[in-house]
Design a protein around this ligand. Structure first.
Ligand code: 4NP
Length: 155
């Protein structure tokens, strides 16, 4: 399975979702390919936000090697599932979809953890360290839910 995590800037939420899933895929030796992208191009080529990099290390996950890139139409061909962190990201991705098959790949990530609730991962960019921690813990739980839902780990 190939999974793409998408947010706005690809420097806070989606690299962390990507980092958690990569971390677990490696620990469990799963065959899942993971990447992340942003709908916007503001931060292309940059490393993740310094607060996310610092705090993620407290959770034992390094995202230092990731670099921001922009989502592109080719990602519909290269990934099986495209997880949007919020509804605005979801709409921006859906606007680029070429057909129904592309559209069906796009899902709100938190629906893995809270099915059918259409909840959003809050953007911590203008927040505090506490907001970054909340997002990291939410993404830890959501990546676990994704693995459980796909029967890749036991609940
Ligand atoms: P992300 O957070 O979408 O989680 O990477 C943001 C990062 C940067 C900006 C907005 C959100 N920005 O406006 O530069």
């Amino acid at each position: 399975m190939r999974v793409l995590m998408v947010c706005l800037g690809n420097i806070c939420r989606s690299p962390m979702a990507d980092g958690w899933l990569r971390h677990k895929v490696k620990l469990l030796d799963l065959s899942i390919e993971v990447d992340s992208a942003g709908t916007a191009n503001y931060h292309v080529g940059k490393e993740p936000d310094h607060r996310m990099r610092r705090i993620s290390l407290e959770y034992g996950v390094s995202i230092d090697e990731l670099r921001a890139r922009q989502f592109s139409v080719a990602d519909f061909d290269n990934y099986d599932v495209i997880f949007a962190m919020d509804k605005s990201n979801e709409q921006d991705i859906l606007r680029l979809a070429r057909n129904e098959n592309d559209k069906q790949k796009v899902k709100l990530f938190l629906n893995e953890l809270y099915p059918d609730q259409d909840l959003e991962v809050p953007d911590p960019y203008y927040g505090t360290d506490a907001n970054f921690k909340e997002v990291i813990e939410l993404l830890d739980q959501a990546t676990n839910a994704f693995l459980i839902n796909n029967q890749l780990i036991q609940n």
